[in-house]
Design a protein around this ligand. Sequence first.
Ligand SMILES: Cc1cc2nc3c(=O)[nH]c(=O)nc-3n(C[C@H](O)[C@H](O)[C@H](O)COP(=O)(O)OP(=O)(O)OC[C@H]3O[C@@H](n4cnc5c(N)ncnc54)[C@H](O)[C@@H]3O)c2cc1C
Length: 414
Amino acid sequence: MDVSRRTFLACAATIPLAAQREGRAAPAGSAPRVAVVGAGAFGAWTALQLVRRGARVTLLDAWGPGNARASSGGDTRVIRAIYGPDRIYVEMVKRAYELWPTLEVSADEPLYVETGALWLHRGDDSYVRSAVPILEELGFPVEQIALPDAKQRYPQIDLRGVKSVWLERRAGALSARRACIAARYAFEQAGGSYRTAQAEPGPMANGSMSALKLQDGSRVEADAYVFACGPWLGKVFPDVIGDRVHPTRQEVFYFGAPRGSVRYEPGQLPIWIDFGERIFYGIPDLHGRGFKVADDTRGAAFDPTAGERKPSAQGIARARALLAERFPELAKAPLLSAEVCQYENSPDGNLIVDRHPAADNVWLLGGGSGHGFKLSPALGEMAAAAILRGSDVPAAFKLDRLKKTAKKKTQFES
Ligand SMILES: Cc1cc2nc3c(=O)[nH]c(=O)nc-3n(C[C@H](O)[C@H](O)[C@H](O)COP(=O)(O)OP(=O)(O)OC[C@H]3O[C@@H](n4cnc5c(N)ncnc54)[C@H](O)[C@@H]3O)c2cc1C
């Protein structure tokens, strides 16, 4: 995008923002047109934030918001603020907590259920310790619980091998697939337009991209284009992204708690994270779905379009071994269901929010790396401000940093 084009988008966007503040509708024709490809958590929230700021937005998805192949397509996702020393994510979680309730759908089955998060460390707990000053400053209460107290408070958990226990009070579970559908609904209610369609980038010339090509041969023309394609981002942009977004196969299991028992429900048991050689985590039985157990270890490379989503015997055995050790009453609990999903890993585990280096009107969003869902309202807001007003994004999210860093630094990614 040349300077005049950037300025056009910035100017066009300020008109509706001013109008919004004064409660007036945006003047027709002045609002920038934005096409967003991908209606997972990142794309749906970005589209919603753009339309709330007065842009004319078309949202496209090949299979629909929160579909079964998408990384956002699972039943639940954790929201927590412990992020080691990474302050930027705690700030995003704080903002996300303010924005998630704007999607609330039903009081009977809310999108967010607060459970707290219990961090069980078999060894070094510096990931949590380094987060404490940031959490205190940003208003997220956290306490260390002495082992004897933890045993009394959580008799369902066998704490053998655990050296330290921390409770993060403000943490919980988000209903993932439902949230994507709710975001699309809120987007349409706010005046956005959604279509189920596969989209390809249009031709690029002179620093900008022209109309998207859809599978049926039609085109979508806009002033700016956003690609929030999750694990497909590398395939859509093989040169710029390629294997910098690396999808890995991840398995999630739901086990049946004993009949009539509430010991494995929210209120009795927080979300738990077991830091051993492998990191396992789980969510108490929410909305009757079952007791969730997941292994955070990166699995094999995975094709999000054609990959079979059948749980492996090895994965089930690992989850059962963890249950037998940590939740002995559930050692023989029946497996109720499973999800095979994929993490869309960036090389350093950080998000990607940046312009395409060869087209100023193209934005690439992704790299959720197993922890992006909770952040999506804040990411959408950040992206909308960057696209419409030229606001800067953190250096940690820019494509440039991928030339320098290779090693992932965070320990827990969900
Ligand atoms: C098992 C598992 C557990 C996780 N746990 C957590 C957690 O506890 N907490 C947390 O915060 N995060 C968690 N995550 C990570 C989080 O879910 C993802 O980072 C996030 O959902 C990514 O969202 P996205 O919108 O980038 O991608 P997606 O949800 O994959 O969305 C991309 C969308 O783009 C569409 N698309 C792709 N290409 C095209 C195209 N060419 N044309 C049209 N449409 C296209 C797809 O259909 C898809 O709907 C977890 C992920 C997994 C897999």
